[in-house]
Write a protein that binds this ligand. Structure first.
Ligand code: BTN
Length: 330
């Protein structure tokens, strides 16, 4: 039932014009009455469908609100999001995924909320997650990897987000080390990776993705408005959150599968292609010294590689970087 509905949506979305009930019934191998029933179900989930006699059906608009059904029907993935939970309001999607992980839910389980009232950022910061304005989502991963490779998953996720934003808009996203996504020097997305591990094996990873999507001017908290923004504010267009999430999940699945098969090299190149200020000079403060250096790229362990003015290389794991623009530090 569900996969027929997925195919039906795909067929309708592929067409710019109407598609007849007969064509749909042949393509899906179901009766015309069944086609008609599916159409009614789609309408109930918020799809606006035009039905014209002798011409057929056409999707006029997809639902504005995200739901488990509408997210899954348009999702062309093998493992990610096959178990998906959608909530109107939660404290934090991270906590729910930790709970689901403990209950044994599988690799690729996704939790997404319209609103978080206790959204968590990195370094115990708060993550503002207002209703219907962004992607507030956590993914459960059960990779067969040693814990030292966990940072690669965060870097991988940053490349996925940058790639999808790049493909879906004229915006030029960049990734600010370790894993903020910036547009026009302002942060539009962040990633929070939490891990449960034994000494040599990851038990599970909860990968939290927060993206400011449709906030308007004045809707970003004033404390961070100088350094944070939304995709709508930067592109001038409203984004379809549902299609955006589907595209993130399917790109994530492909990227993750090829990372597991082929290793980190391609992710590293992709990260560096989007890397903020890679090849440029910044000022860095570490425990030992303050110095000017050119950022060169990242290492397989997630470190940022920089070369100082004397030509000495530094691998940075935690450092204060004075990025110049946007006015904030790593
Ligand atoms: C950062 O500090 O940049 C990371 C922000 C991560 C926010 C996301 S929103 C979904 C998930 N649930 C949370 O509470 N946090 C992450």
């Amino acid at each position: 039932m569900e996969s027929t509905r997925k195919q039906l949506i795909d067929l309708l979305k592929e067409q710019d014009s109407h598609i007849s009930g007969q064509q749909l019934s042949e393509a899906l191998d179901i009766s015309r009455t069944a086609v008609w029933k599916h159409m009614n179900e789609l309408k109930k989930d918020g799809y606006e469908i035009e039905a014209i006699q002798r011409k057929g059906y056409k999707i006029v608009s997809s639902p504005d609100k995200v739901s488990k059904n509408t997210l899954q029907w348009g999702l062309n993935t093998k493992w990610i999001g096959q178990h998906l939970y959608h909530y109107p309001q939660v404290e934090s999607t991270q906590d729910i995924v930790h709970q689901l992980a403990k209950e044994g839910k599988p690799h690729g389980t996704v939790v997404i909320a319209d609103e978080q009232v206790k959204g968590k950022g990195r370094m115990a910061r708060e993550w503002h997650s207002p209703e219907g304005k962004g992607v507030w989502m956590s993914i459960l991963l059960r990779p067969d990897l040693p814990p030292v490779q966990a940072p690669q998953l965060t870097l991988l996720t940053a490349t996925v987000l940058a790639n999808v934003m790049d493909k879906r808009s004229a915006l030029v996203p960049s990734i600010k080390w370790p894993n903020d996504i910036l547009v026009h020097h302002k942060k539009v997305a962040g990633i929070l990776t939490e891990m449960q591990a034994e000494q040599d094996r990851i038990q599970y990873v909860v990968l939290g993705i927060g993206i400011n999507v449709n906030q308007e001017d004045g809707e970003i908290p004033s404390m961070i408005a100088h350094k944070a923004s939304s995709l709508k504010m930067e592109s001038g267009e409203k984004w379809d959150i549902q299609e955006f999430v589907q595209s993130i999940l399917s790109t994530f699945e492909k990227t993750y599968d090829s990372f597991i098969e082929e290793g980190f090299q391609e992710i590293k190149q992709e990260w560096e292609r989007y890397g903020y200020k890679i090849g440029e000079k910044v000022t860095i403060s570490t425990m030992r010294r303050d110095f000017k250096a050119t950022l060169l790229g990242i290492e397989a362990d997630g470190a940022l590689l920089a070369k100082d003015e004397q030509g000495e290389m530094e691998k940075l794991y935690s450092a204060e970087i004075h990025w110049g623009e946007g006015g904030y530090h790593a």
